[in-house]
Ligand binder design. Sequence first.
Ligand code: GEK
Length: 240
Amino acid sequence: MRDNIYADALANVAEFRFDEQVAAVFPDMIQRSVPGYGNIIAMTGLIAERHAQDNTRCYDLGCSLGASTLAMAARLPQRAVQFIAVDNSPAMLDRCRDAISSLDNAPDITLLCDDLQNVPIANASVVVLNFTLQFVPLAERDAVLGNIYNGLQPGGALVLSEKIRFENPVMQELTTDLHHAFKIANGYSALEVSQKRNALENVLIPETLAGHEERLRRAGFRNFGAWFQCFNFLSLVAIK
Ligand code: GEK
């Protein structure tokens, strides 16, 4: 289904929420809004294949419709890993459950409808945070990363993908403009781009690459780096 949520002029643009309306159009919305999304999901599967250890867990925090979990599961057939997919949006999780159960040979995935901050991470070899930490209040992000570090097995990997901002104003303006051009090229109107930006204003709080690196270090990670970037969208991998 095509994302037309912000196509008509709205008298009041409400704060963005992951409700039924968004869940219904989510695959189209994220493909047309996040440059590199398809690559990041596919490579998440490859990273999981490299780092998953038997008799451990692979977590997908903020799983939406389960794209990252399914990419991991596809690369890890017949492996003794448990997949745990978490999202606090019931609309997303219902659709995720339907999508998984409609698959032939559906992988065994535990779905948790909860705030990811309530989910203890234990015996993990892979943890994925694909475009989710950006929605967690800033003051709570250190605890999320600490929880992940503590729950990872040695050799385990965290994939952290985020929209970022730049300290350098020229780079900030350039990447913002290019991201908007990407959305226009994908069929969104200038009105849709601007109303969506307003809806996300206080909901999606991007940080700089340096901010993410400092947090990873505070959490305990010593080995990490960016493996993908397109404009102001970045993915990091951190190894325990
Ligand atoms: C993908 N990873 O397709 N606890 C649990 N879930 C949360 C929380 C929270 N505190 N905050 C937000 N979410 C997915 C895409 S979308 C990214 C992730 C985007 C959930 C929220 O309900 C939504 O489903 C997801 O995180 C973010 O690769 O829409 O830009």
